[in-house]
Design a protein around this ligand. Sequence first.
Ligand code: SAM
Length: 311
Amino acid sequence: MSQDEAVISTNDDATACKRFAVQLGYWSDSYIQHFSKLGDRKTPEINRGYYARVKGMRTLLNQFLSQTECNCQVVNLGAGFDSLFWLLKEEGLAPKLFVEIDFGNVTSRKCYNIRARRKLQEVFSQDDGLKIDGNEAHSKQYHLLAVDLRKIDALENRLNEIGIDKSLPTMFITECVLVYMEPERSAAIINWAGANFKTAVFINYEQVNMQDRFGQVMIQNLRSRNCELLGACACPDLESHKQRFISNNWDKAEVLDMMSVYNCLPSDDRKRIERIEFLDEVDLLHQLLSHYCIAWAVNDAAQLGLSNIAF
Ligand code: SAM
């Protein structure tokens, strides 16, 4: 299996884990089941980790949508089988333009699912004009593009073709994506986004603190499944996650490890999910969550108050 194939397969893992946690009631998502079969049981700490990841990213996105009153764009880089667009449509929170980008192998399977499942098509009205063509899907509001993110010129050209508006507030999302690239590739994406979008937020979920024993075991596990964490050395600690943005055209950056994110989520919801499954070893959850983080960076030329976005 090549490195790219191994990276592509991480999407199947992520989708299966999300589907499993949804099935147990960690959060609601009636669309994820159309992208993945119900796989093997996952441990309670994995399910809680996914809960923190999904809710953490939504917490920042919801603030952005509220501040911009949805008059904005969302670009999900390495989107995999994410169901976020469908959830936002259902909640009446979809932005003006929502773009998903991934390798052609992934987008073609996503296209297949959209074509095959009425539930996934129902969110598109006649007026939206959804067209699925090979490994891409296009509608007025939603675009699924097959682009290798390491090719910045192609990324730029394709986004221009579908009419991205660089002056509109834009949120970039990379959820467990950048770590699979060489550090100079991920830096180039962040740099390009920061240079071109001056009223924007970039949110990145990724591994951190991988140099201790627990981190090394995680890296080893991924290697044994043929997947290298090529970018793990780019940001060895929380501070370097911030600095990667600051030194690549972003005015402000913040970062929290996932244990802190978990503790910031609404306590009544945390209490609810903590009752779903008994967690034997709380230490294991702490260890796991301290090896992931969410970093977010802001450029706010239009002075919309995007710097106030926080946990
Ligand atoms: N963001 C989704 C989520 O959190 O559910 C999927 C995460 S999955 C771990 C990583 C995704 O990044 C995969 O779908 C993979 O194909 C995509 N990816 C990684 N490197 C990429 C690249 N160079 N170009 C396009 N997509 C890439």
